[in-house]
Design a protein around this ligand. Structure first.
Ligand code: PHE
Length: 459
């Protein structure tokens, strides 16, 4: 990805799709989606998620890419230019908010990346049975020294790659890895859903049941949509600015949405049926396991397989790569905001990002160990940063984009930008979502999730 220095162009549709899909597919699909789906209602979560992606998510991707291509700027610059006149202060705030979100996400993202690293190491050194043990994961994250070690290693790899300027090499590697990841995910999910007892899980995940619905199902599905599609965090504005005029915005963004969602569903099929097949009496508790779910269930799947060690190595290697490409995109975007907007040199910007990653990430990592007694509004640090970025900051950032489009840019100018290079079939849907549905929905969700977090209402 070319995020710095001169504004270069993606080579064509494929270039944009690959870069956007590369940043979209990551831990969000494989780690975050399955645990949220398991915890917040299974099929009903999936249904709401799909509806949101096809309407709200779609309108956001189109808006961000069009804004980026139209202004040739990153988020702060784009908001600054388009938001001139009345309400300029609000729009500048919106631009900065979009740009700041990756800085909040990348530290805790790297903590999870560190966990993936640790598991890869365990498989390499033959720990197939050990990692499948019920207490392995809890033991690992509560041991502050080792969790911190793997987190720092992951952070250094991310920063090291940015410093060495070999992102392009990594991108190339990841283009081979992506299809492999899909292939492996297909194999593992077929294995997983055919285990005895797994069908219960397949049903739970795929068939909506309103009995499992809660307000939090909608709140978390929306946050996950932002996170997984990399929207409401400035990334796609930047990508849009590298997009050539002849590339169809509607066509390429649909591809990204479909690909990203397909991987999330595959990950759900790997993990959720396994909860029913492998955790026996703990099934109900494991469904609610939260961030640890993948790390508890996947090892059980591999442990029961003939080629468990090999499978585990390949799986965690691929997930590690997907995580690294995402953490690079996040850290890069943070660094380039400092460079572009504060006039810092690349070295200084990268060092500052590294320091922030180490500081905030250590809180998240140690929050399961020595800092375990500290809770912020009832959450440990990792959950708190995740909540802050996904349920508070991103809705506001998305709201700012809707308002910018409706009151400053105008939906017609967006449509003009989209139709420069292709059709805009879902234009009516787009207009309705961006004008009415999305802003209203965001306000409701935002207020309710804040009330919920502070325990004022219970949802
Ligand atoms: N969308 C990525 C994921 O699902 C997270 C991410 C966001 C990566 C923004 C890069 C940039 O893991």
């Amino acid at each position: 990805m070319n995020m710095n220095n001169q504004r270069s162009n993606f080579s064509g549709k494929l270039g944009f799709v690959l870069a956007a899909a590369g940043s979209a597919v990551g831990l969000g699909n494989i780690w975050r989606f399955p645990y949220l789906a398991a915890k917040y209602g299974g099929g009903i979560f999936l249904l709401i998620y799909l509806i949101l992606v096809a309407t709200f998510g779609y309108a956001m991707i189109v808006s961000e890419s069009a804004i980026g291509r139209m202004t040739q700027k990153s988020p702060v610059g784009a908001f600054n230019i388009l938001g001139k006149g009345k309400g300029h202060g609000f729009f500048c705030f919106g631009g900065w908010l979009n740009a700041i979100i990756p800085i909040i996400i990348v530290p805790y993202y790297s903590v999870i990346g560190g966990w993936v690293f640790k598991y890869l190491w365990e498989y390499l050194t033959g720990g197939v049975h050990r990692v499948a043990d019920d207490n392995f994961f809890a033991g690992f994250i509560s041991n502050s020294v080792s969790a911190e070690f793997w987190f720092i290693l992951f952070t250094l790899v991310t920063i090291g790659i940015i410093f060495a300027g070999v992102e392009n090499g990594i991108e190339r590697v990841s283009r081979i890895m992506m299809p492999l990841l899909v292939l492996l995910a297909v194999i593992v999910s077929i294995y997983s859903v055919t285990r005895p007892g797994a069908m219960e899980g397949v049903k739970y995940f795929l068939i909506p049941d309103f009995a499992h619905f809660s307000w939090m199902t909608i709140v978390t599905a929306m946050g996950q949509m932002f996170y997984s599609l990399s929207i409401a965090m400035g990334i796609l504005i930047t990508f849009g600015s590298y997009m050539k005029k002849e590339v169809s915005i509607e066509g390429s963004t649909s591809n990204v949405e479909i690909f990203d969602t397909a991987i999330a569903i595959l990950a759900g099929l790997m993990i959720i049926p396994a909860v029913f097949a492998f955790s026996g009496a703990d099934a109900a508790a494991n469904l609610k396991a939260g961030p640890s779910l993948m790390f508890i269930m996947i090892p059980k799947v591999f442990d029961s397989m003939g080629l468990g060690q090999f499978g585990g190595i390949v799986f965690f290697l691929l997930v590690l790569l997907a995580a690294i490409t995402s953490s690079i995109a996040l850290a890069e975007s943070a660094a380039s905001t400092f460079q572009d907007e504060l006039g810092w040199g690349r070295r200084k910007a990268t060092v500052v990002v590294a320091v922030i990653m180490l500081a905030l990430g250590s809180l998240s990592s140690l929050g399961f160990g020595v800092l375990g007694s500290i809770k912020i509004i009832g959450m440990d640090f990792l959950d708190f940063f995740d909540f802050l970025s996904n349920s508070i900051m991103m809705p506001i950032a998305a709201f700012a984009i809707c308002i910018l489009v409706v009151y400053k840019v105008g939906v017609d100018r967006i449509a003009e930008e989209v139709t420069v290079s292709g059709k805009f079939r879902r234009r009516k849907l787009y207009n309705f979502v961006i004008r009415y549905a999305a802003p209203l929905f965001i306000i409701i969700i935002l207020i309710s999730s804040i009330l919920n977090a502070f325990g004022i209402v219970k949802m």
